[in-house]
Design a protein around this ligand. Structure first.
Ligand SMILES: Nc1ncnc2c1ncn2[C@@H]1O[C@H](COP(=O)(O)OP(=O)(O)O)[C@@H](O)[C@H]1O
Ligand SMILES: O=C(O)C1=C[C@@H](OP(=O)(O)O)[C@@H](O)[C@H](O)C1
Ligand SMILES: [Mg+2]
Length: 195
């Protein structure tokens, strides 16, 4: 099949897919979980959920405010509750925050209800995406690049436990990433049934 035919087949299949499990986006901050997850849900015609967004709405506060007022442990507790609730309630695409996949309980719930899709990117790509925005409280340090690098080194081995991994380089667009996720999920008819 040519690349064009392959893309066409993917587009047709995506018109009426049957989603059997929630597709859960995991990976480092800046990997594109929120942006790619939203575009993927749109392409599949399924609900899009973002755990950070749900936490912010429920608390009526931004993520930095929650960290400032209540601390990271409080945020992680809310994150665990929200992820479990969203997985139980609805099937769709769920983008998690970068730290969520570190908690064993979250990994267990994700594997019970969904499929973990890790978005991977080099440290430099991640840094270029997160450096201009002050919305990630963990990076409010004297040397945010060094902080991001430390988090990256600690977390990468855990992200490798995801069911599926998709790599994004500096030149792949959000739609390229959606194509790559859909392509990777072709090997998983238990997740997405192609008609
Ligand atoms: N593949 C991509 N190509 C271009 N920009 C991207 C890509 N993935 C993410 N971005 C941009 O990078 C920033 C961070 O992405 P975001 O989805 O918030 O990441 P995450 O939720 O993993 O922290 C956003 O401005 C987003 O639009
Ligand atoms: O990596 C992390 O621990 C975090 C990532 C953020 O989400 P994104 O990965 O969507 O930026 C957000 O949940 C919070 O700032 C903590
Ligand atoms: Mg996000």
């Amino acid at each position: 099949m040519s690349e064009k035919e392959h893309k066409q087949a993917l587009a047709e299949a995506a018109q009426s897919p049957k989603l059997h499990k929630t597709v859960v986006m995991v990976g480092m901050m800046g990997a594109g979980k929120t942006a790619v997850g939203r575009a993927l849900a749109q392409r599949l015609g399924v609900p899009f959920l973002d755990s950070d967004h749900e936490i912010e709405t429920a608390a009526n506060m931004s993520i930095p405010e929650i960290f400032e007022r209540h601390g990271e442990a409080f945020f992680r507790e809310k994150e665990r509750m929200v992820i479990r609730r969203l997985l139980e309630e609805e099937r769709g695409v769920l983008s998690t925050g970068g730290g969520a996949f570190l908690a064993e309980e979250n990994r267990r719930n994700i594997s019970n209800f969904g499929v973990a899709v890790c978005l991977q990117a080099d440290l430099e790509v991640l840094w270029n995406r997160v450096r201009h925005r002050d919305t990630r409280p963990l990076l409010r340090t004297a040397d945010p690049f060094a902080t991001l690098r430390d988090l990256y080194e600690k977390r990468v081995p855990l992200y490798q436990q995801a069911d599926v991994s998709v790599v994004s380089d500096g030149s792949s667009t959000i739609e390229d990433m959606v194509d790559r996720v859909l392509e990777a999920l072709r090997a998983r008819p238990d997740v997405l049934e192609w008609k």
